[in-house]
Design a binder for this molecule. Structure first.
Ligand SMILES: Nc1nc2c(ncn2[C@@H]2O[C@H](COP(=O)(O)OP(=O)(O)O)[C@@H](O)[C@H]2O)c(=O)[nH]1
Ligand SMILES: [Mg+2]
Length: 255
């Protein structure tokens, strides 16, 4: 659908869902999103990217494409949420592209708060469990504490002022998404920090939107392994910033 940078029949919204071993959670999520989107006045699409699964996630989503005509699914071999989101955000064609965790821990009805007219001039709008007005339901203390420690590191190392970069619900204006996700290098769980760092580098402020968030104990995050990796990635992001890896000039060279 993308031809020479021009998008034909562009929907307002793309919902991009990274999915890894999600055969149980994804069907309910797709049905809820389908029901919600068909009740809205704007055009939308759903883009699922599955990678590294050992279950029937891919086949199940392929089956859904027969009954949801605005659903597309892609597959990558190597595991990594960042890899999947990058692919999905670049395949998506919406005027706004919304990253959405498969467990729908934020009710999908809230997605409209990430779209005009609610966002002013912002092109990067992120769901926040920390902004005033946000409510976390059922989150165990240990997960909350780990999250706050990581956020302190994120604020010191890469993104001063942002209270919650790790929530799985984020919206990017489409043309900016094409730039930011082309510059993304990280395929794992640190990609959120990296893409927000890139967006700021390109001159775009990030708006945190308070959300209702329901903790789901079924998690793909490997707490020790992923936390260690993410701490190292913060250093890498700073180094990349210093070395011009996120420079807008690279986009023009590539094009
Ligand atoms: N495609 C893909 N998605 C992933 C991968 N790891 C996690 N995810 C997705 O990222 C989202 C958040 O995962 P979840 O387990 O709910 O993380 P938590 O809420 O932070 O504990 C879900 O949609 C997962 O399927 C991966 O390697 N590949
Ligand atoms: Mg989750």
């Amino acid at each position: 659908m993308k031809e020479d940078g021009i998008i034909l029949n562009q929907p307002l919204l793309s919902i991009v869902i990274p999915a890894h071993n999600e055969e149980h959670r994804l069907p309910g999520t797709l049905e809820k999103i389908f029901e919600f989107l068909t009740s809205q006045e704007y055009a939308a699409e759903i883009v699922v990217v599955e990678n590294g699964s050992h279950d029937r996630t891919l086949e199940i989503v392929q089956e859904y494409t027969h009954c949801i005509n605005f659903l597309r699914v892609f597959h990558e071999e190597a595991r990594g949420k960042g890899l999947a989101v990058r692919r999905g955000m670049l395949e998506a064609v919406g005027q706004y592209r919304f990253i959405c965790d498969a467990d729908l821990s934020m009710p999908i009805e809230e997605v409209n708060r990430f779209l005009p007219p609610h966002i002013g001039d912002h092109k990067v709008i992120i769901g926040s469990r920390e902004a005033p007005g946000a409510v976390r339901y059922n989150e165990p203390t240990y997960r909350h504490v780990i999250g706050r420690v990581f956020n302190t590191m994120v604020r010191v190392m890469a993104l001063p002022g942002l209270q919650d970069t790790q929530c799985g619900f984020k919206c990017f204006e489409g043309r900016l998404a094409d730039e930011v996700f082309r510059l993304q290098t990280m395929g794992g769980m640190s990609f959120d920090v990296e893409v927000l760092f890139i967006a700021r580098r390109l001159g775009h402020p990030v708006l945190e939107v308070p959300i209702d968030w329901y903790f789901n104990s079924d998690s793909r995050v490997r707490l020790v392994e992923d936390s260690f990796r993410m701490a190292l990635d913060l250093i890498q992001i700073r180094l990349n910033g210093l070395n011009g890896v996120y420079s807008a000039k690279k986009l023009h060279k590539e094009a």
